[in-house]
Design a protein around this ligand. Structure first.
Ligand code: ZN
Length: 264
């Protein structure tokens, strides 16, 4: 792949990562390796060994950030690239009473750098259970993107440069924050890009610790989604919603959004 093409591809990687429904790709991969954090399967020994190594490096760091309630062993499969499939996917099985059950992570892309970024992103989906479900899917995607950028700084910097060229309006932001979980796969590619962009900006402005605090409060009080107005203007969140974490004041989202609208 030419260098310029690879850079563009890498910059767009997180836009291609998503969650998906059940398939047999994990069980059908012929090679398997048990490692400290779970099982990695694949079609070549080199792929399996490299992804097992990356998983061993990333798993403790992602758990430290996400702080999941449950830590099921990882199940990862390295599969050939496919033009109509995402480069990385976390597969879930929906069950009536228990909700989404993690099945496996599928990684399709070559190269240790891109794999590191995408695996970190998917590990956030793997561990973002229970209280994190109170976030809109856009913000979970944004949190996954932000964590991947922290754990893969070289590609993270490239992603950030790409994101700075996009200027969502306040109506765009509201529309993306209202996308229901499970419906994001039905969005056209432009809307999916906007979903990732808005989610990343919200996650970065509010911060993962503060989002966790809101989610834990929502879980404790039996609330539904985090109120949209809190995500747009963090000062709208009551002090009682923020007793679980230390944080710094975040700017109102409308302020930045209004500035962006003027820039358009
Ligand atoms: Zn994702």
């Amino acid at each position: 792949m030419p260098a310029n093409h690879r850079i563009i591809t890498i910059a767009r990687l997180a836009l291609l990562a998503c969650t998906g429904c059940i398939s047999n790709e994990f069980d059908e991969a012929p090679l398997a390796m048990a490692c400290e954090v779970g099982v990695v399967r694949g079609h070549t020994r080199a792929d399996v060994e490299e992804v097992a190594r990356l998983a061993g490096q990333l798993d403790p760091a992602v758990k430290e950030i996400v702080r999941p309630r449950q830590t099921p062993p990882l199940r990862i499969v390295v599969v050939p690239q496919h033009p109509s499939r995402p480069d990385a996917t976390t597969m879930f099985e929906m069950r009536p009473n228990t909700g989404a059950i993690r099945q496996f992570i599928a990684i399709r892309i070559d190269g240790s750098g891109p794999r590191r970024f995408l695996l970190a992103h998917e590990l956030v989906h793997w561990y973002a259970d229970w209280a994190w479900d109170h976030l809109p899917i856009a913000v979970e995607e944004g949190m996954a993107d932000l964590v991947a950028a922290q754990l893969s700084p070289e590609l993270g910097a490239l992603r950030r440069v790409m994101l700075m060229h996009h200027k969502p309006t306040v109506p765009d932001i509201r529309r993306m924050l209202e996308v229901e979980r499970g419906t994001e796969r039905g969005l056209d590619w432009r809307s999916r890009e906007m979903l990732y962009l808005v989610g990343r900006q919200v996650a970065e402005r509010i911060g993962i610790d503060r989002l966790r605090s809101w989610c834990l409060t929502a879980e404790a009080t039996g609330s539904g989604h985090i109120p949209l107005e809190w995500l747009l203007d963090p000062s709208a969140a009551p002090a009682s919603a923020e007793r679980h974490a230390q944080h710094q004041d975040a700017p109102r989202f409308e302020d930045a959004g209004a500035k962006r609208e003027r820039n358009l």
